[in-house]
Design a protein around this ligand. Structure first.
Ligand code: SAM
Length: 284
C-alpha cells in the first residue's frame, strides 16, 4: 500500500487520523520489507501485530505465509481492515485496546496467554509503546522475538548501557527477559503524516532463561522502580526505604558493590543478583 492508496482510502472513508492514537502510517515499501526481514518471519510463524492501522505491515507479514493476530483500537479502522485484507484464515483481527488486552493474563477461554512460540512485529503507537513492551516482558510466557518501530529516543533507552544517561527503568525491565538485537532508523518522510519525532525499529530476542524469575523477578522489578525514582542518589540509600538495613548490608557484601554505587551504573546482571539476594533475605 503506497502513499497515494493510503490517502485515497482515508479520503473515501472520510477518516481523519488521530494524533492521540499515534496514527502515523508507514507507507514506504522498503522500510516495511526491512522490518519483516529484521523480524525474520518465516512461513507458518505466529505473529502478533499491535496497531495494524490500514494494514501496510500486515500485508507484508501475510505475504511471508505467517499467521497474524492483529489488535487495533480504532473502531473506524477495523471494518476497513477486514474489508481490505480480512478474507483469509491467516489473519485474525481483534478490536481492542492492546494494552488493556495484554494486561489480562488470560485469553478469551480463561487460559493463561502463552506467547512462547510467538513473534511480535508492530509499528507501535508511540504513546503506549513502552508500557506495551513492559507488559510483554512481564507476561508469564513472553514472546520469542519482538520487532517494533518506536520513537528513536525510546529505542536508545532500550539499547542503553549502564553508565549512560539513557540507561534506566525501561532498559532494565526489558533486559530481564530479552537481549537486544539490531536496530535501524526510519526517516520521518516514510510515514503519513510524518511524525515530529525520530523513529527506529529494534529487534528483541527472548533469553534462554530470564535473568531472574519467580519471586526474585518481582523483587527485581520493585528494586529497579525504586532505584530510578531517585537515579542520582546512592542505590543503598534509596533501597533503605523498602528493605531492612541488615539485608542490604549482606547483599552489598556478597555482591561486592561499592557503598556509594548509584543505580545508573549497576548492570542488569547485578540488579538480578541483588534481587536474588534480597528476595531470599527479606520480604519488604
Ligand atoms: N501498522 C500501521 C502502519 O505501519 O502503518 C499503523 C501504525 S500506527 C504508528 C499505530 C496504530 O496503532 C494505529 O492504527 C492506531 O490506531 C493503533 N493504536 C493506537 N493505540 C492503540 C492501542 N492501545 N491498542 C491497539 N491499537 C492501537
Amino acid at each position: 500500500m503506497n502513499l497515494t492508496e493510503m490517502r485515497a482510502l482515508l479520503a473515501a472513508e472520510d477518516i481523519r487520523l488521530t494524533r492521540s492514537l499515534g496514527q502515523n502510517f508507514l507507507h514506504d515499501g522498503n522500510q516495511l520489507r526491512r522490518i519483516v526481514a529484521l523480524a525474520g518471519i518465516q512461513s507458518g510463524d505466529k505473529v502478533l501485530e499491535i496497531g495494524p492501522g490500514l494494514g501496510p505491515l500486515t500485508e507484508h507479514l501475510l505475504a511471508t505465509g505467517a499467521q497474524v493476530l492483529a489488535i487495533e483500537k480504532d473502531a473506524r479502522l477495523v471494518p476497513l481492515l477486514r474489508r481490505r485484507i480480512g478474507g483469509t484464515n491467516a489473519l485474525t483481527i481483534v478490536e481492542a485496546d492492546a494494552l488493556r488486552w495484554l494486561e489480562n493474563p488470560n485469553d478469551e477461554e480463561g487460559k493463561p496467554r502463552d506467547w512462547t512460540d510467538w513473534h511480535v512485529v508492530s509499528n507501535l503507537p508511540y504513546s503506549v509503546g513502552s508500557p506495551i513492551l513492559v507488559e510483554l516482558a512481564h507476561s508469564l510466557r513472553p514472546p520469542r522475538t519482538v520487532t517494533v518501530t518506536l520513537q528513536s529516543e525510546v529505542v536508545d533507552r532500550i539499547r542503553a548501557k549502564a553508565g549512560t544517561a539513557e540507561f534506566g527503568v525501561l532498559t532494565l525491565l526489558l533486559a530481564r527477559v530479552f537481549t537486544i538485537g539490531s536496530s535501524f532508523r526510519i526517516p520521518a518522510t516514510c510515514f503519513f503524516p510524518a511524525p515530529d519525532v525520530g523513529s527506529a525499529c529494534v529487534r528483541l530476542e527472548r533469553r534462554a532463561e530470564p535473568l531472574v524469575s519467580g519471586l526474585a523477578a518481582a523483587t527485581y522489578i520493585r528494586i529497579v522502580k525504586s532505584a530510578f525514582s531517585q537515579r542520582r542518589k546512592q542505590l543503598r540509600k534509596v533501597l533503605r526505604f523498602n528493605w531492612p538495613e541488615a539485608a542490604l548490608a549482606d547483599a552489598w557484601n556478597t555482591l561486592a558493590l561499592g557503598p556509594e554505587v548509584r543505580p545508573e551504573v549497576v548492570t542488569p546482571e547485578h540488579f538480578a543478583l541483588l534481587a536474588e539476594r534480597l528476595s531470599r533475605l527479606s520480604a519488604p
